[in-house]
Design a protein around this ligand. Structure first.
Ligand code: 3PY
Ligand code: MG
Length: 263
């Protein structure tokens, strides 16, 4: 048998290369609980799939099957954990998440807690176990696994007024790969719920972009459409998650219904 490798790590390397390229990385949020859709999304050529445990109905037990499907198609499984749940961070990594997206981060202390939960010592305090799925259930040498596992990607979400107030300290915490802007929660926090194109929201996002650029921190953002994703890319954002699997399906289905209509 060939030497075993951590299940998601090749796709993590490709995902990092996409974020470092001029094109940037694109992927959909996914709330499906069916691995078939994750696998199909991978075959479509996305740079990552964003498995959403914050807003999706999925269970932790099923998450490992969604990640398996991403592994079959060679696409990076990014897992958004539920808010305020550090406990999910190492559990998601143990079942093979290649990257983590941690929502609703407001303070530098919260960022330090995220990095600590995601990294083994001496960097952090992640619970140590070499028999988990991401270590091929013990079939991979432990020393190799623990070293490679330090390379998974940590993404934090800034999406509220408090995060904006504390942005300088947040951006200074080491161990974060990407700061992801959540326009919807930001719009709510600024008193314009859902109005992601409101001038106050746009100005706030521009302020975040300027500060992150000044400190050399890579940025991510959400877009409703691929046109919106390209707009963020033109502004230097390298990780864009757009729309949602079920909405992509709805749009394609609606277009077919309209095309078939006997008008
Ligand atoms: C937000 O816009 O609030 C997000 O979390 C992105 O989906
Ligand atoms: Mg949000």
């Amino acid at each position: 048998m060939d030497k075993l490798k951590m299940p998601s790590m090749e796709s993590v390397d490709k995902f990092k290369a996409a974020m470092d390229s001029d094109q940037g990385a694109l992927g959909p949020f996914m709330i499906t609980s069916d691995p078939a859709y994750v696998e199909a999304a991978g075959y479509a050529g996305y740079d990552f799939v964003l498995l959403d445990m914050e807003h999706g109905p999925g269970t932790f037990e099923n998450l490992q099957n969604l990640i398996r499907a991403a592994n079959v198609a060679g696409v990076c499984p990014v897992v958004r954990v539920p808010r305020g749940m550090d406990i999910w961070i190492d559990r998601a990594l143990d079942v093979g998440a290649g990257a983590l997206l941690v929502p609703q981060i407001d303070t530098a202390d919260q960022v330090r807690a995220v990095v600590s939960a995601a990294k083994y010592g001496p960097v952090g305090t992640r619970g140590t176990n070499r028999f988990v799925r991401s270590a091929c259930y013990g079939a991979m040498p432990g020393s190799e696994y623990f070293a490679k596992a330090q390379e998974t990607v940590v993404i934090i979400q800034a999406e509220g007024k408090k995060a904006v107030e504390n942005l300088d300290e947040i951006l200074d915490v080491p161990g974060v790969d990407v700061l992801f802007i959540g326009p919807y929660d930001l719009s709510s926090s600024l008193g314009h719920v859902g109005e992601v194109n409101h001038p106050d929201v746009i100005a706030c996002i521009q302020g975040i972009i300027d500060k992150a650029n000044a400190k050399g921190v890579k940025l991510g953002c959400f877009a409703d459409t691929v046109e919106g994703a390209k707009k963020w890319r033109d502004m230097g954002i390298k990780f864009v998650s757009y729309t949602c699997d079920t909405y992509l399906f709805y749009q394609a289905a609606k277009a077919d219904v309209e095309a078939f209509a006997n008008k």
